[in-house]
Design a protein around this ligand. Structure first.
Ligand SMILES: C[S@@+](CC[C@H](N)C(=O)[O-])C[C@H]1O[C@@H](n2cnc3c(N)ncnc32)[C@H](O)[C@@H]1O
Length: 251
């Protein structure tokens, strides 16, 4: 895996517009006060998995989960019902995808939302560089706040739809979770590879059907036959399913 490509420079970080650290941007009319929740307790097998995943960044990962269960809920980025399963179904489930790319990768996470998988990966893989691409103002403000609070040096947040940054960003890996079905995800992600690299799309049980439905689009974008990878089986009760699509030299 190459290090960040020659000539690439980090895009300017989208700036948080929130006036404070504890309230959503006041301009957002849809903001409703929702109670934050106690973060889930990290113990037993999950704690061991988190220690293995995050090493000496475990404290920062705990702080990320604290944010998800407090400001993440208050700002409406995720539902309160997700809180009890934040570690297993969200943070660890995303972090294990870091097993699929080599050291020093430049990674774009399209549609990061509450930093999933982008921030979980940035914590698990400090050797690599991450660009989180997210169009919605409130989500970008929250991501900027969390990146700053965690002191993450390997993350840039860009407020844009991925289509708007094609030509400005060239990465080795694109990740995405819950953005759209593979057929419509390919046009949003493959152009960011600029001819060479891999899309790692976190998928559920629909992976096979999505691949079948995307056959023509895969051809149009000159992609390899997708592979379905399972990661985290040694750490998690429910491992993560990833659809891996290669283009260019990696095909
Ligand atoms: C359902 S959320 C998933 C968020 C996060 N990836 C997760 O798994 O929790 C989908 C996200 O994709 C973003 N999104 C939708 N279309 C996009 C596009 N064309 N480019 C970048 N992000 C997009 C939305 O703003 C939203 O934050």
């Amino acid at each position: 895996m190459s290090s960040p490509r020659r000539g690439w420079s980090a895009p300017p970080r989208a700036r948080a517009r929130a006036g404070t650290w504890w309230s959503p941007p006041v301009s957002d009319p849809s903001s409703e006060p929702v109670q934050s929740q106690e973060p889930p307790v990290l113990e037993g097998a999950l704690r061991s998995a988190a220690e293995e995943m995050f090493g000496d960044r475990l404290e920062s990962a705990v702080r990320f989960v604290d944010h998800l269960s407090s400001t993440g809920i208050e700002w409406g980025l995720l539902g309160p019902r997700e809180v009890p399963r934040l570690w297993e179904r969200h943070v660890l489930n995303c972090a294990v995808v870091g097993d699929l790319f080599a050291e020093g990768a430049l990674v774009a996470d399209v549609g990061s939302g509450a930093g999933l998988p982008g921030l979980a990966l940035a914590l698990a893989r400090p050797d690599s560089q991450f660009i989180l691409i997210e169009p919605l103002e409130r989500r970008v403000a929250w991501l900027d706040m969390v990146v700053e609070d965690l002191g993450l040096e390997n993350v840039d947040v860009v407020r844009a739809r991925s289509e708007q940054v094609v030509g400005n960003i060239a990465v080795d890996i694109v990740t995405a979770r819950a953005v759209s079905a593979l057929k419509s995800l390919l046009p949003l992600t493959v152009p960011l590879l600029q001819g060479s690299g891999e899309l790692l799309a976190i998928k559920g049980r629909s992976a096979d059907q999505e691949i079948a439905a995307a056959a023509k689009t895969l051809k149009r974008f000159k992609c390899s036959a997708p592979e379905i990878e399972t990661v985290g089986a040694d750490l998690l009760d429910e491992p993560t399913t990833v659809v891996r699509v290669r283009v260019g030299a990696g095909r």
